[in-house]
Design a protein around this ligand. Sequence first.
Ligand SMILES: Cc1cc2nc3c(=O)[nH]c(=O)nc-3n(C[C@H](O)[C@H](O)[C@H](O)COP(=O)(O)OP(=O)(O)OC[C@H]3O[C@@H](n4cnc5c(N)ncnc54)[C@H](O)[C@@H]3O)c2cc1C
Length: 211
Amino acid sequence: MEMKQFDIVIIGAGPGGYVAAISASRAGKSVAVVENRRVGGTCLNRGCIPAKAMIHASSLYREALEGGRFGVHAPDTSYDYAEILQYKEETVDRLVGGVEQLLKAGGVTLIQGTGSLQLPKDGMNQVRVIGPDGEEDMLSAAHVILAAGSRPADLPIPGADLPGVLNSDGLFALDHAPESLVIIGGGGICHGLRESGHKSDHPGGPAQTSG
Ligand SMILES: Cc1cc2nc3c(=O)[nH]c(=O)nc-3n(C[C@H](O)[C@H](O)[C@H](O)COP(=O)(O)OP(=O)(O)OC[C@H]3O[C@@H](n4cnc5c(N)ncnc54)[C@H](O)[C@@H]3O)c2cc1C
C-alpha cells in the first residue's frame, strides 16, 4: 500500500483540529486531517452552534410574546418546531461547508475515516486510516496532532439509563420540543440548554439541579 507523506497529520476536525490544520498550512506545512464524522466536530455539529441556533429561535419567540409591554404587538405568534430544527440544520450545514472550504483553500488534505497510531517507522509517525467502506490508508508524518475531542460520559447516576433520560446529543436529536425538562448539572452546557428552555413557552420551564 502506498504511504502518503505529510509534515503534519491531525486526527479530528473539530475546532482543535481544523484551526491547527489551517494554521499549519499557512505556515507552509503539508497537512492531512483525518475525520470519522463531519468536519466541525462537536462544536459545529452537536454543541455550540446547534445550541446557539435554538437559543436564537426561542429568544425571538419570547420577545414576540413579551413585546406588548414595549408597545410591539405580535398577536398571532406561534412556533413550528420542525422549522426551528430546519433552521438549526441549515445553520450547521452552512458553517460546516465554510470550514470545508477553508481547509480546501489552505491545501489541507481531508481524509474521511478513523485514524489510529501505529508504531513509528524510520523515525516517522504512522497513522492508519480505515475509511467508511473499510478501505485503508497509511499516512506518515513528522508530527501527529491528536484532536479527537471527547464524547458525553456515561454518568454513574442511578437511573441514568432509564427511558427519557438524555444527554445533549439526544436532546438535539428530538423531533419535538419537550413539555418540561429537568437538567442535572450546572456547567457551561447546562447554561446554554437552560437558556433555550427558559425562552420556550412551556409552562413547567426547565428546572436545574446541581451539587
Ligand atoms: C451542547 C454543547 C454546547 C456547547 N457550547 C459551547 C459554547 O457555547 N462555547 C464553547 O466554547 N464550547 C462549547 N461546547 C464545547 C465545544 O463543543 C468543545 O469544547 C469543542 O467542540 C472541542 O473541540 P475539539 O476539536 O477538541 O473536539 P471535538 O469538537 O469533539 O472534535 C473532535 C473530532 O474528532 C473526531 N474523531 C475522534 N476520534 C477520531 C478518530 N480516531 N479518527 C478520526 N476522527 C476522530 C470526532 O468525530 C470529532 O469530529 C459545547 C458542547 C456541547 C456538547
